[in-house]
Design a protein around this ligand. Structure first.
Ligand SMILES: NC(=O)c1ccc[n+]([C@@H]2O[C@H](COP(=O)([O-])OP(=O)(O)OC[C@H]3O[C@@H](n4cnc5c(N)ncnc54)[C@H](OP(=O)(O)O)[C@@H]3O)[C@@H](O)[C@H]2O)c1
Length: 449
């Protein structure tokens, strides 16, 4: 049974991890807290950006010699491989850490196995503490590892009658200034922001982050089958962030644009950057994708192309037609609706044809949060999916766990992101290393009185 002090330390590590959102892809967000042998915090840190030191290394640096004999609380199993930085398991061993408590097992077959290395070095290893909270914080990265596609948050702003634009197509400023500022935070946490050609035409959106200190700009993506929506002078071409325009592979219309780079919208762009990715430059890239049978571009192909570019989280900003295609493809993980206290009476509904024809086919959601933002209400819901099977190294040991961490009354996080109910289940971390099951002690959070 974990102590209250253990839970407090892990909760702080989860909060630290969240500071890395939007800056670490293709890596996970990770937080770490180090306490000395007497239980005093002597170091804390998080993974701040891809290529930079991992959370454990940052925390151990701050702790110095005081880490010796202490406990490290980490939101993700310490990595075991040398990438751009050295293995964290080794850093913990060298620092003289006596006990490691981590929340979630690393499902990455390349980086995983750190727990075993730690145990082999004589370190006490426990896992599962605040696993649900840590999973929620790392939903983007875990989803991408498990499903091979980015985690998708669909965001919209609507009046209370569920319309996202007026009859004449105007939709700017449906929501309040507070909600709009909040959207910039969402953009800052995402690797890519996606809109369809209808929104590009109607709103000429900018899609970059403004007003968030230190934000890494997301990749701006316009899904424009025929390559006709992004016109010269469009705001997404202003160089404030990298831009990707997805067109059909057989669209002759864009040949000249894509190949010569000197006509159409692209003629506006200087310093075109081939391969600009989530953390790339600020140029414009065109990619060609297969068409979907139902029209438009293939959503899975788009997500695969983004994943290949290191994108682990997508903020889908609409509009209703593209959002419908994402829902139909089983490619929405979270929905954030900003509901403004106004009625439009006519105009497009939030979601267009999503392939749902009867109530039994409705996509069920779990409401996670409802908060007031100025005059608006922000509702956050995640797609209700079966939990990842609770077995293996990432799950509490059923023999020793009396109260699973996920049932901690203070744990409000969702179930692990999993596959869409209509898709075959993808093995999660629980099945990554069955041989490791039961080799460690599962820690569980104490009940709050
Ligand atoms: N309030 C809000 O939150 C909000 C947000 C966004 C938009 N809006 C409003 O929504 C309206 C635009 O709606 P919309 O539905 O036309 O915009 P949209 O969803 O952004 O764009 C739809 C277009 O995307 C293209 N597309 C490419 N691949 C697709 C696929 N797989 N499935 C579906 N479409 C695909 C299609 O045109 P091509 O195939 O020809 O490229 C399609 O017509 C505007 O009035 C805008 O102001 C409101």
């Amino acid at each position: 049974m974990a102590t209250t002090a253990d839970t407090d330390a892990m909760r702080r590590a989860v909060a630290l991890a969240a500071r890395g959102l939007g800056a670490t892809s293709p890596n996970p967000v990770v937080g770490c807290v180090v306490r000395d042998a007497s239980g005093h915090e002597v170091g804390a840190g998080h993974h701040e950006r891809a290529g930079g030191p991992h959370a454990e290394v940052n925390a151990l640096r701050r702790a110095g010699v005081l880490a010796r004999g202490g406990t490290a609380y980490v939101t993700l199993e310490p990595c075991n491989h040398t990438g751009r930085t050295g293995p964290c398991a080794q850093a913990l061993i060298e620092a003289g850490i006596a006990r490691v408590v981590y929340a979630v097992a690393d499902p990455d077959p390349v980086a995983g196995g750190g727990a075993e290395t730690l145990r082999a070095a004589g370190i006490r290893v426990e896992h599962g503490l605040l696993a649900a909270e840590a999973e929620e914080g790392n939903a983007a990265w875990l989803t991408s590892v498990r499903l091979g596609r980015p985690y998708v948050t669909w965001k919209y702003a609507a009046g209370l009658d569920g319309r996202v634009a007026a009859a004449d197509g105007t939709s700017r400023w449906i929501s309040s200034a507070e909600s709009r500022a909040d959207v910039h935070r969402l953009r800052a946490e995402a690797d890519a922001v996606v809109v369809g050609s209808g929104t590009a035409r109607a709103d000429d959106p900018h899609l970059a982050v403004r007003g968030v200190d230190g934000a890494v700009q997301p990749l701006r993506v316009v899904v424009d089958t025929e390559g006709t929506a992004v016109r010269p002078g469009a705001r997404v071409l202003d160089g404030a962030a990298p831009t990707l325009i997805a067109v059909a592979e057989d669209t002759g219309r864009t040949d000249s644009r894509a190949d010569s780079g000197r006509t159409g919208a692209e003629a506006e762009v200087t310093g075109r950057t081939e391969g600009a990715g989530a953390a790339g430059g600020t140029g414009v890239e065109w990619i060609r994708l297969p068409r979907a049978a139902a029209g438009g571009l293939s959503v899975p192909a788009l997500l695969a192309a983004l994943h290949e570019r290191g994108v682990r989280s997508v903020l889908l900003e609409g509009g209703p037609t593209l959002a419908g295609a994402f829902v139909a493809a089983g490619a929405v993980d979270r929905v954030i609706g900003y509901l403004a206290p106004l009625l439009l009476g006519a105009g497009p509904a939030v979601l267009n044809d999503a392939g749902i024809t009867t109530l039994a086919g409705a996509l069920r959601l779990d409401v996670r949060e409802a908060v007031r933002l100025g005059p608006d209400l922000r509702i956050t819901a995640t797609v209700a999916r079966p939990a990842v099977p609770a077995a293996g190294p990432g799950a509490p040991d059923p023999d020793t766990a009396t109260v699973p961490a996920a049932q901690d009354p203070r744990t409000t996080g969702p179930q692990a992101p999993g596959p869409h109910p209509t898709r075959p289940a993808t093995p999660g971390p629980a099945t990554a290393d069955p041989a490791a099951a039961g080799r460690e002690t599962a820690v569980v959070a104490p009940k709050e009185s």
